[in-house]
Design a protein around this ligand. Structure first.
Ligand code: ADP
Length: 491
């Protein structure tokens, strides 16, 4: 059950089965689904399409090994995570290549994701032996309060296609560090990266005698049934999700019956506020990072540039110039700095938002035209004078489109920045310490970048407020999502 992907004389071989623990198997139904290269629209591989029999078996296995895995010494789990970090890093180019193929991102960006994704294993290898409780005496003199942390138990992780590796490792690593088994369902658009990770996990687990079932990876087109059936089973203790807000809400509803714990990393609509005293060289570098990382297909992507009127013209000219230098192509081809959008549907949704903005009176300074030919491409685009009612200011763009609006009063800029149902990331730019403090305090988001365009860090808590969800991934907080607290009252 393997497929070999080749382009420009480089090949990579990936498993195409289901990782039932450390066994790679076919679907009992015999069904498969195609994985498509979004840059060529060609089928890259056919992957086993898991059904109910498979995901329920994965939960049986997870439940069966939960006690044994929780009883592994913290140090041992830490060593296993360290080994995963090294093995993944050794195969960095294989992983990067697979991601460029199935997701479309340029190879250099995919390499960046491997480094970032692997870092979660290293970070949580360190956290696995640092997670502590507390002891204090009861103020009333009635005894001693002991607080410990225990693994919650079997976890279901559902991951998106935009960061096929990192969105999974930031769930798998803390779950393993805490002592939880985990069943992972990758996005049907991009299962191959996770299936390759399954191979690495199987190798490391066999070296450390980890029982089969601590991690299972379930590729399927039946995400809805999978989540319903697994969450209807009280043996599942937690669901962790990265994806759209509507699906997140469905999962939270489904978690009610068995009161499963949940972490929800959902949509965003990040504002990027630039005050008149900002350092424009730095702003441009950060704007390109915040807008164009992953082709804008990121939940923390800057959607709305809100710029002081005094510098708006210079900013727009320079942003337009930078965006016009972007080179669209296959992620594995030399010189590509922008890959395709993941699907035709997603690409058309971006085009629709741009068309709506134009119909409302916005103007293009670059891009905005869907190219002819194969592949789901959309060009780097800048829209200026975008009227407040345009949908693009209120919905997540998830593509390489920047919108620019202007302000004269900072309070008005902050009010507009916060005028969204989302609250994941926000960015603020100024050279004035008081303005920086004001932006940091008043921008309503789980994460605020001040004079920074790239904020993701395995050592920092990633997550949102409002309709962007709850729970945090990474940092010292990340492991807590997989632990329950026990209070022991001692004499
Ligand atoms: P996107 O629009 O970015 O694809 P989705 O929220 O639809 O975002 O998908 C994110 C992940 O959630 C994917 O792995 C997808 O298969 C999965 N998914 C979609 N619908 C459901 C559902 N009802 N239950 C569980 N997972 C789902």
């Amino acid at each position: 059950m393997k497929a070999t992907l080749t382009r420009n004389n480089h090949s990579v071989t990936v498993p195409t089965g289901i990782w039932m623990g450390t066994q790679c198997i076919g679907a009992s139904s015999g069904q498969q689904f195609p994985v498509v290269d979004p840059a060529t629209e060609e089928v890259l591989a056919h992957v086993a399409n898991a059904g109910s029999a498979e995901w329920m078996k994965a939960l049986d296995l997870a439940d069966g090994v939960a006690t044994t895995w929780a009883a592994f010494a913290d140090r041992k789990r830490s060593e296993i995570l360290t080994a995963l970090f090294h093995k993944l890093t050794q195969r960095a180019d294989d992983f990067a290549r697979v991601m460029s193929f199935e997701m479309g991102k340029p190879f250099a960006e995919a390499q960046g994701e491997v480094a970032y994704g692997a870092e979660y294993f290293r970070w949580f290898a360190e956290e696995a032996v640092r997670s502590a409780g507390r002891v204090n005496s009861a103020p009333a003199g009635t005894g001693t309060i002991v607080v410990t942390r225990e693994p919650v138990g079997p976890v279901l992780a559902i991951t998106p296609w935009n960061f096929p590796l990192a969105m999974a490792t930031r769930k798998i690593a803390p779950a393993l560090a805490a002592g939880c088994p985990i069943v992972v369902k990758p996005a049907a658009e991009t299962p191959l990266t996770m299936l390759l990770l399954g191979e690495v996990i199987a190798e490391v687990f066999s070296e450390f005698n980890v029982p089969s079932g601590v991690v299972s990876i379930i590729p399927t087109t039946g995400a809805k049934d999978l989540s319903q059936e697994l969450m209807a089973d009280a043996r599942l203790k937690k669901v962790t999700f990265t994806g759209s807000t509507p699906v997140g809400k469905t999962l939270v509803r489904q978690s009610a019956d068995n009161l499963q714990r949940s972490s929800m990393e959902l949509g965003g609509n990040a504002p990027f506020v630039i005050d008149e005293d900002a350092d424009l060289d730095l702003v441009l570098t950060c704007a390109m990072q915040a807008k164009m990382r992953n082709g804008g297909e990121a939940c923390i992507a800057a959607n709305r540039f809100i710029v002081h009127e005094a510098i708006a013209e210079e900013f727009t000219t320079r942003l337009t110039h930078r965006m016009s230098e972007v080179r669209t192509g296959h992620g594995l081809d030399e010189g590509t700095t922008l890959g395709p959008i993941i699907t035709a549907k997603q690409r058309d949704a971006i085009a629709e938002l741009v068309d709506d903005a134009l119909a409302c009176g916005a103007q293009l300074t670059v891009g905005g035209k869907k190219p002819e030919g194969d592949g789901f491409f959309y060009p780097a685009t800048v829209l200026v004078n975008v009227p407040a009612q345009a949908r693009i200011l209120h919905e997540e763009i998830f593509g390489p489109v920047a919108t620019v609006t202007t302000f004269t009063c900072l309070d008005d800029a902050i009010a507009r920045a916060n005028d969204t149902e989302f609250g994941l990331a926000a960015y603020g730019f100024t050279e004035n310490i008081h303005t920086a403090q004001k932006l940091a305090k008043e921008l309503k988001a789980g994460m605020v970048g001040i004079n920074r365009g790239a904020i993701s860090d395995p050592a920092a808590p990633f997550g949102g407020i409002k309709q962007s969800g709850f729970g945090r991934e990474g940092g010292t907080e990340g492991i807590e999502e997989y632990q329950s607290i026990k209070y022991i009252a001692l004499q």
